[in-house]
Design a protein around this ligand. Structure first.
Ligand code: MN
Length: 330
């Protein structure tokens, strides 16, 4: 059953569509801790398959956060035993998360993705590692196969591209991403894009606002303000009654401070372990910092974790290594 037992064919958008058309009773798998791109992509694919008369459903190990309701609300999946599995926006099998055995061991007929780190675990991979979002990959597949864009699909795809580019702020918001969104908006100018932007990127619960204030009061700066660290004890999650999905975006907080090149967010988990998110400014390569601690990721966004330890020691280690590495980038 191992991933090494089969080879993975990289296929074109034409071939991908030919594969899709031949399927029935499809389970669409997206990654754990679901984000706007995998949810938008998964639901867009559900609409596409529905248009082809193929029943499918989107399956995720974790609940879908309410902020994505614009795309998910009102859709009821049929109950059926799947015959085929497709993954969207999932770079590695491990990222399926805690699914039932049937899904965990399922042969993935097709993976649609944009991660350069894709481990080729599926039978076929349709991808573009230069695309900003899996939703952009899907959009191009639709165009190249003359699949009609509906307003429901348009909103799904917009959501995926907007979230994976941080509302068009990140460096992956390239011409191709803007062009895809321009075409989506030209086709459907009246969809609630700005409402979606507000829901996805602006609104926070009162508890989250209170937490942000507490975190910003306690931010630690070093190396002339080039390194910023935020430590979030688990007790504060309880104090402000926050779910872990509500604090997903706190990794961006240290990067709001002028001058910060390395932004570190260390979150204590319920079991005493620590999850660390690293963000890089113009010059830092935070993948290197993550790798130093056995983690990984992208140049500007990476992460690592610690099984246990004293919070002060963990924070100090993170600050020290970041300061040390900073010299090579400044
Ligand atoms: Mn993605």
């Amino acid at each position: 059953m191992g991933d090494t037992m089969h080879s993975c064919a990289e296929i074109s958008s034409r071939e991908a569509f030919a594969v899709l058309r031949g399927l029935e009773d499809v389970c669409i798998l997206i990654h754990r801790s679901p984000d706007g791109d995998c949810i938008g992509g998964g639901y867009a694919l559900w609409h596409i398959l529905r248009g082809l008369g193929i029943r499918s459903r989107v399956v995720c190990a974790d609940p879908l956060p309410a902020m994505y309701d614009d795309v998910t609300a009102g859709i009821a999946f049929e109950d059926f035993a799947p015959k085929y599995w497709i993954s969207v926006d999932v770079a590695d099998r491990k990222l399926f998360g805690d699914l039932p055995e049937r899904e965990k061991n399922a042969v993935i007929t097709l993976c649609i993705d944009h991660h350069i780190s894709n481990t080729h675990y599926a039978e076929r991979l349709f991808w573009n590692p230069h695309s900003a979002a899996a939703c952009e990959v899907l959009f191009r597949m639709m165009q190249e196969n003359d699949i009609p864009l509906t307003k429901e699909i348009a909103l799904c795809l917009y959501m995926g591209i907007a979230t994976d580019t941080g509302c068009f702020q990140f460096s992956n918001a390239d011409a191709a991403a803007f062009e895809a969104v321009a075409e989506i908006k030209s086709a459907f100018p009246d969809l609630p894009y700005s409402r979606l932007n507000r829901e996805l990127f602006v609104l926070k619960s009162q508890g989250r606002i209170a937490l942000d204030a507490r975190l910003m009061q306690n931010v630690r700066l070093s190396a002339d303000g080039h390194v910023a660290l935020i430590y979030l004890p688990y007790a504060w999650m309880q104090e402000f009654v926050l779910s872990s999905e509500e604090t997903d975006s706190i990794a961006n907080l240290p990067m709001q401070i002028i001058g910060v090149e390395v932004g570190i967010t260390c979150k204590q988990q319920q079991n005493g372990s620590f999850r660390v998110s690293l963000r890089g400014g113009e010059r830092a390569d935070v993948a290197k910092i993550a790798q130093h601690f056995g983690g990984g990721g992208h140049i500007k966004a990476s992460g690592c974790s610690f099984h246990d330890g004293d919070p002060e020691d963990v924070c100090k280690m993170l600050m020290d290594v970041s300061e040390e590495m900073l010299g090579q980038w400044l």
